[in-house]
Design a protein around this ligand. Sequence first.
Ligand SMILES: [Mg+2]
Length: 281
Amino acid sequence: MTNLLLCCDLDRTLLPNGKQEESPQARPLFRKLAQRPELTLAYVSGRDQSLLREAIRDYELPLPDYAIGDVGTTVYEIKNDQWHPWHSWEEEIAPDWAGHRHDELAALFTDIDTLTLQEPQKQNTFKLSYYAPQDTQHDPLLTEMEARLKSLGIQASLIWSIDEAKHVGLLDVLPKRATKYHAIRFLMAQKGFDEDNTVFAGDSGNDLPALTSGLYAILVRNARQEVREEAVRRVQEKGIAQRLYLAQGGFLGMNGNYAAGVLEGLAYFHPQTLRWLQAES
Ligand SMILES: [Mg+2]
C-alpha cells in the first residue's frame, strides 16, 4: 500500500469559484478519493480557520486530515472534526519577524496610499494583509516594502496575487518561512512523507513557489494564462519540468478545471489513484 499526501489549494483549485465551468463528476469523485485510507489530505489556503470550514461546508468537500491556513501561517491537525493548531509551526516561523508584531509592521507602510488593510479576521500575529488595485505596478511597490522591512532586520516574504472574482489585488506580508511551500515541507517532515509520495495542486500566484519547488505539482486547467507561463518558465529554468503537470481536460470525461484537474494530475503522477476512482464503492 502506497501512502500519498495530497496538498490542495482551495479557492479556484478545489472550489469551483472561478468563471470556468466545473464538470459535475469532479467533486463527487474527489470525495470518493478522499475516503481512501491510503490518502492523507491537506488543504493549503489563504483562508483562516472559519473561512476554511465555511468552504468545506458550502462546497461539500471532504474534511481534510490537515489544514494549512492563512497562506501558510497556521497549521491544523483535524481529528473527529476538532481543529488542533500546531504550535510547533508558530515556533518555527516566529524568529523571521525578529520579535516584531503585526501592528509594528503595519506602521511601516501607513504612508503608502495604494495599500488598504484587509479585514481584522484576515490578519493574525504572523500575517499582515492588504488590498491594492488590481492594476498596481506591484514590482516597485514590493521592492520598497522589502527595503523597509530589511531595515528592521525582518525576514519577510511578500506575496502578490489577484482575487479574480472581486477584481482586487491581494498582498500578504508573512514571515519568510511561513509560505504554503514551507508549511507543506514541515508537514511532510513531521508525518514522514517525502517527494515521491507528496503532490501539490494549485492555481494562482501564491501557489507558484510550491508549484515550481520540485514537489510533484499540478496546475489546474482554469489557472490564468500568465500563471501557467510563469510556472512553466520557472520549472524549465530549474530543469524540473517533468515535476509539473498542466491539467488538459479529457480525464474521465471531465474538463480539467478545479477538482477534475487535481484528479487528472494525481492519476498522471500516481496511476494507482485511477483504480481508486474506478473501484466499486
Ligand atoms: Mg487558489
